[in-house]
Design a binder for this molecule. Structure first.
Ligand SMILES: [Zn+2]
Length: 441
C-alpha cells in the first residue's frame, strides 16, 4: 500500500468514533466529516445529512464521462466502531494503526472503516486517472454498531436510487475465497409477561389448586420453540429454500460439525450439524433470550404468580414479520390457560432481505471479483440481520455485499485486524467492480 494511503487510513482510524458511548459523540461526527472531506478531495460533493440523532454522509463522485447516462453505483459503509474495551487485552492502542506480521491492527480496520476506506480510495484513484465509468453515490452512517435506523430511513425516503449497491462490511469464511452475501435473516422480538395473582403464595396451602405463572410461561414458550429441530409450521410460512448456486457454495465452506465444534456448541438435534446451513440460512429460528420468575437462588416452596421472558425470532429470507408475529400470538394464546393474564408485547422487528443471484449486477460483480482476486466468489446467505439489506431490496437495488475480514480478524474483539495485502486487494476489487458495472448502463 502506498504511503499516502497508509497516512490517510491512519488518520481515519485515529478518530475514536464509538457510537455506543455518548462521550464519543463528537468523534462520530468527526469521522463523518472525514468521509465527507475525502469525497470532496476525490472530486465529488458530499454533505452531512441529519437523520434522527446522528449524521449520515451522503455524497456523489461523478463519472469522468457520460454524465447522467453512466450507471449509478451506491457504496455503503459505516464510520462508527464498537467500543474497544477491554483495553488491557489490546497489544497496541486501539486507535493507532499498527502493523505486525502482515496485519494491520486497530479498532475499525475490518469493521468497517478500513473496508469503507478501500471503496472510497478505489473511486478516488479511478477519478484521478480520468477512468471512473460510473457515478458513485456515497451513503455512509455512524450508528450501524448500535442498530441505528438512519440509513434505512434515508433509503426509504430516497427517490434517486441506484443501479447497484456495493457494501464491503463482511468477510470470508476461508481466506482467499471471497463471498457475496445474497440474503439476510430478519428479526422479530417479543416480551412475554404472565400474571396469575396479586402476590406469591405458599405452595403448601395453594399448590395444586392455584395457577403458577412460571408454568404458564413455560407452556407459552414450549408452543413456539423448535421440536425435532424445526419451528412449528405456522412460523415457517414464506421461507425461501436455498438456490442451487447457494447449495453449490456449501461444498467450499466448513461443514456444520466443524462450525458447531469450534464454537463449543451442543447441536440442537441429531440433524443440526448436517443441516447447519439450511437451519441458519433458510429456516427461521427462535431463541429465548432471558426468563425471570421466582427465586431460583434460594431453597423455597413458593407458588409464583408473575413471570416474564424475552425471545427473538430470526426470520428466514422470504418471511414476513407481520405473518410470523401473528402466528406467534396464535400459538401462545392457544397454549396458555385463558384464566392467566398473558401479555405478549411485540418489540423491534426487521425484515429479511433477499437478492437474486441471476441479476446482471451480481453476475458482473462475480466476474469482476474473479478478475481482481483470482477467485470466483461464493454465493452465500447471512444468518444475522442487516436492516439495510431489506431496505435496498425494497428499492429494487441489487446489492453486492462482501468484504475482506477473516474469521481471525477479531471483529468486535480486542486486536481487531485486517491483512495488509487485503487493503490492496480490496481497492483492486472495488476498482474492477466500478469498471465492470459500467456495463449496466
Ligand atoms: Zn460492520
Amino acid at each position: 500500500m502506498e504511503q499516502t494511503w497508509v497516512d490517510e487510513l491512519r488518520e481515519f482510524i485515529a478518530i475514536p468514533s464509538v457510537s455506543a458511548d455518548p462521550a464519543h459523540q463528537d468523534d462520530v461526527r468527526r469521522a463523518a466529516e472525514w468521509v465527507r472531506d475525502f469525497v470532496k478531495r476525490a472530486g465529488g460533493e458530499a454533505e452531512l445529512v441529519r437523520m434522527g440523532e446522528r449524521d449520515l454522509v451522503i455524497g456523489d463522485i461523478p463519472a469522468n464521462a457520460n454524465g447522467a447516462k453512466a450507471p449509478t453505483v451506491m457504496i455503503y459503509g459505516h464510520f462508527d466502531v464498537q467500543p474497544p474495551a477491554p483495553l488491557e487485552l489490546w497489544e497496541s492502542p486501539p486507535f493507532e494503526l499498527a502493523e505486525r506480521d502482515g496485519w494491520y491492527y486497530a479498532r475499525g480496520i475490518a469493521d468497517d472503516k478500513g473496508q469503507l476506506f478501500t471503496l472510497l480510495k478505489a473511486a478516488q484513484l479511478l477519478r484521478e486517472q480520468n477512468a471512473l465509468p460510473v457515478n458513485i453515490r456515497v451513503v455512509s452512517d455512524g450508528e450501524e454498531e448500535i442498530g441505528g435506523h438512519s440509513v434505512v430511513d434515508f433509503l426509504e425516503a430516497d427517490e434517486r436510487g441506484a443501479d447497484v449497491c456495493i457494501i464491503f462490511d463482511g468477510g470470508m469464511t476461508r481466506a482467499e475465497q471471497p463471498e457475496f452475501g445474497l440474503a439476510t435473516r430478519g428479526l422479530v422480538a417479543f416480551h412475554l409477561k404472565v400474571k396469575t395473582g396479586e402476590r406469591d403464595m405458599h405452595s403448601g396451602y395453594y399448590g395444586g389448586a392455584a395457577l403458577n405463572a412460571i408454568h404458564v410461561l413455560m407452556q407459552g414458550l414450549s408452543a413456539v420453540t423448535a421440536r425435532d429441530g424445526l419451528l412449528p409450521d405456522q412460523l415457517r410460512i414464506g421461507r425461501t429454500a436455498l438456490s442451487q448456486l447457494e447449495v453449490d457454495s456449501l461444498k467450499s465452506l466448513p461443514n456444520g460439525w466443524e462450525i458447531l465444534d469450534e464454537a463449543g456448541a451442543t447441536p440442537l438435534d441429531g440433524k443440526a450439524a448436517e443441516d447447519f446451513y439450511d437451519r441458519t440460512w433458510a429456516e427461521p429460528s427462535l431463541d429465548v433470550n432471558g426468563i425471570r420468575g421466582g427465586k431460583p437462588e434460594f431453597v423455597n416452596t413458593t407458588l409464583i404468580v408473575a413471570a416474564e421472558a424475552r425471545f427473538t425470532i430470526r426470520l428466514a429470507p422470504g418471511q414476513d414479520p407481520e405473518t410470523i408475529a401473528a402466528g406467534v400470538e396464535k400459538l401462545i394464546r392457544g397454549a396458555v390457560p385463558d384464566s392467566a393474564e398473558v401479555e405478549l408485547i411485540r418489540e423491534n422487528s426487521a425484515a429479511p432481505g433477499v437478492f437474486s443471484a441471476d441479476s446482471p449486477a451480481i453476475q458482473l460483480g462475480m466476474e469482476a471479483f474473479k478478475r481482481a482476486t483470482g477467485v470466483k466468489p461464493l454465493l452465500v446467505r447471512v444468518g444475522g440481520t442487516l436492516p439495510i439489506y431489506p431496505a435496498l431490496a425494497a428499492k429494487g437495488i441489487p446489492t453486492i455485499g462482501t468484504g475482506f475480514a477473516l474469521r481471525e480478524s477479531n471483529v468486535h474483539s480486542p486486536n481487531e485486524r485486517l491483512r495488509v495485502e487485503d487493503i490492496d486487494r480490496a481497492v483492486a476489487a472495488a476498482s474492477e467492480l466500478y469498471r465492470s458495472l459500467a456495463a449496466l448502463g
